[in-house]
Each structure stands twice: as C-alpha cells, then as structure tokens.
Design a protein around this ligand. Structure first.
Ligand code: FES
Ligand SMILES: [Fe+2]
Length: 407
C-alpha cells in the first residue's frame, strides 16, 4: 500500500501535471468503438437536460445490507463466481508476478513461460505461510518462513533439510492452482477449482478490449475497510443523482449527470460527461477526441468497478468484510507500462489521488451513513428511475444468489 502525499505545489502546477496525462492518453492508440455514439447520446441529454433512466423505481428491503443470512449468501455467491482482479499489464512478461487479496484469500498471479496467466492460492504446502508478497519478476518463489521453494508451475522444487521429512510424500506438493484467464486484457480468477472463468466478460469483452488493459501496470494502491455492506460501497459508483448534493464542491462543478448506461449481461457500463463536453457540439464528429470527455465506469460482476477517464485509470475491488455490515475496498491506480520516470509516477499518483479523495471523503462516508440507517430501523431502500444501474446491480446479485441456492 502506498500513501505517498501529492500536491500540485510539488508537481509544479496543474498544467505541468496535465501535460503528461494528455501525452499518455495519446499513446493509447486503440480505438474505443463506442465513444462517438456515446458522445452523441450524451450531447442529446445535455441539450434536453435529461439522462438514461429505468422504467420504474425499485423498492427493496433494507435487510439486504444487514441480515446475517444475506451476508452468508453473498459470500457463497461470490466464491462461486469469477472475479476480475488485475490488469494484464501487471504481469506483462513471463515470470512477472503479483499478489492479491480476493475476499480474504491470498492469491498469487503470474505470467507463465507460455505467456498464459496463472493463479495459485498463495499458501505454502509446509505450514501455510504466503510464499510471495508484493509484485516483481521471479523464476522461483521461496517461502520466507523455512525456504520451501516453488517453480512457475507452482510445483515444490526444493526445500532445506529434505531428509527430515522421510516418510512424508513430498512428490505431489504444490501451490493450489486456481482457474485463471485473460479477457480484454483483464485477469479473471475463480476462488474455487470448480468455477468456470471461460467467457466471463460476456458481451462486455469487445467493449473493454479497446482500453489496452494488457498494457496497464499497478502504479499506486490503497485499501480501506468500511463499516458498510459491500453492496453499498459498489452502489455509490453507479448513479449521479447524488452529484449536486454530496459532491457539491468537488465533482459537481466539473461533471454533470446527463449520463447514459448500457448493460452487457451481468456487467454494465455508465458514463457521465465533463460539463465542457458541450463545446463538441460545434466540432465535426471526425474531430472529436478518441477518449470520451468524461468518466466511463464499468461494473464487472459481482463487485469490480473500473473507472476510466482521460486523467486516470482506476480499479476498485469490493469484498464483504469479516462480519455483516463491513467491507474492504481495494483501490488500484494504473499507469501505462512501463513507468519510465518520476513524472510518470507523479502523473499516476495525481489521477489516483483525485479520484480516490472524492470516494474516501464523500462517497464511502455516505455508504457508512446508509449502513447505520439500515441497522437502525430503515425498512426499505428506494432506488429511483434515475439510478438504473443500481437497480441492475441489485437484480443481478439477487438472481445470482437464487441460482447459487439452487445448486
Ligand atoms: S511455511 Fe513455508 S516453508 Fe515453512
Ligand atoms: Fe459519488
């Protein structure tokens, strides 16, 4: 976890910060196929001061955030579904590895010699310590406790004092493999060998492929533990109804809620514009910028949030905590791989700090406030027509729990 402080004073001013951001955006040459039509739709909404909405409002019992049964059902459902946990560029080359906490399970991700991503439970076969930490390049993973050593296929390759284990069958010992795949440059893993990761991104795969996630590296990260159900921490990312109120002095002066949404099976995407998108009205479409002039936010089922804007690339992974009404949010800021100098690092830090400050100072405290409400007599939550993706997310989670229960 990095907590390096950043200020525009140390960076030399906002223009200095934004110049390399713009350069970096220009180096992403992949065409995003949806940007022109998305911009058209948003400009229509700006003109009419409207947004994409749901047909009806949705009322749901507030106990979805408080009940112990629901918490257990959420955890069970989430253990049986794949999770996007990293950008492919975090393990760009054979031998690159990184480590992730996924719902409390320590996971080792690496790029095999064949170029395919691999995932293992990061648990030593000797007594269970984690054999790898952080990220880097390796040909072997040596457990820090008693130096048992594993190769890139997860097989136990050597151990000190082998004769002291006479009578124990060491031959088959290895790190436990987990299902892993790379789709649209994103690393998908399953926490159980029975989880199928094939085709997980569904129709969203093509849409996501243009971002070049296979070239994004981990630049900066921060974990926060919240006194709120994990679903509340996801919900805050998927509606702009609250922008003029909760983000009155931060986001609202810069962005508007003239938003559009699209659904890709269980996954979804919404986008809201910078206020100055209106200037494109007088620009011929072929001269519009390649990146959407605003934020594009993907909800990757069940709880991964990808936030894309011209100034930052952010991945949030939200998981239930150790008891109902708690959760953990892993936030990672990405940068185009490789980062060459301090300027690149500063740039990634600036984008990350800006995006996560609003989340941590405004959105997550609101989620915790709602949790207190749910635990203190709130009967129902009401999800309005202007919060269509919050409805979509809750329906998707409910349906997945119903399916899990049938198995
Ligand atoms: S726990 Fe890993 S070598 Fe002992
Ligand atoms: Fe917000």
């Amino acid at each position: 976890m990095s907590e390096q402080a950043f200020s525009f004073e140390t960076a030399g001013g906002i223009d200095d910060v934004l110049a390399p951001v713009r350069r970096a955006a220009e180096t992403v040459t992949t065409q995003l196929p949806f940007v022109t039509s998305m911009t058209r739709r948003v400009l229509g909404h700006v003109e009419r001061n409207s947004l994409d909405v749901a047909d009806d409002a949705l009322v749901a019992p507030a106990e979805v955030f408080t009940s112990a049964d629901r918490f257990a059902a959420d955890r069970q459902m989430m253990r049986r579904t794949p999770h996007v946990v990293a950008w492919g560029g975090e393990i760009a080359e054979p031998g690159d590895y990184t480590t992730k906490d996924v719902m409390g399970t320590p996971v080792l991700l690496l790029r095999g010699k064949d170029g395919a991503p691999k995932a293992f439970v990061n648990v030593c076969a000797h007594r269970g310590a984690q054999v790898a930490a952080g990220c880097g390049q390796a040909t072997r993973f040596t457990c820090p406790y008693h130096a048992w050593s594993y190769d890139l296929d997860g097989k136990l390759a050597s151990l000190p004092g082998r004769r002291m284990f006479d009578g124990v069958d060491l031959g088959g010992l290895r790190l436990r493999p987990l299902p892993a795949a790379e789709q649209a440059g994103l690393i998908v893993v399953g926490l159980d060998p029975s989880v199928s990761v094939a085709g997980f991104l569904d129709d969203a795969e093509e849409d996501l492929s243009g971002f070049g996630f296979d070239r994004y590296a981990h630049a900066v990260s921060r974990d926060v533990a919240l006194r709120a159900d994990w679903k509340l921490a996801v919900d805050v990312n998927f509606e702009g109804y609250h922008f003029p109120f909760l983000h009155k002095d931060t986001l609202a002066p810069i962005v508007s809620n003239n938003s559009v949404f699209d659904v890709f099976g269980r996954h979804c995407r919404w986008a809201f514009p910078f206020r100055n998108i209106d200037e494109l009205r007088d620009v011929p479409e072929q001269d519009w910028p390649e990146r959407f002039s605003g934020s594009v936010v993907y909800g990757i089922f069940p709880s991964c949030v990808l936030v894309e804007s011209p100034v930052s690339t952010l991945m949030l992974r939200v998981y239930p905590g150790d008891r109902p009404g708690t959760c953990v949010v892993h936030m990672v800021g990405g940068a185009l791989h490789p980062m060459n100098d301090d300027n690149d690092r500063l740039l990634a830090q600036a984008g990350f700090d800006g995006a996560t400050a609003v989340l941590c100072d405004e959105d997550f405290p609101a989620a915790e406030a709602c949790q207190r409400g749910a635990e203190n007599g709130l009967e129902n939550i009401i999800i309005g027509r202007s919060e269509p993706l919050v409805q979509h997310l809750h329906r998707g989670w409910d349906a997945a729990i119903a399916r899990t229960g049938e198995r």
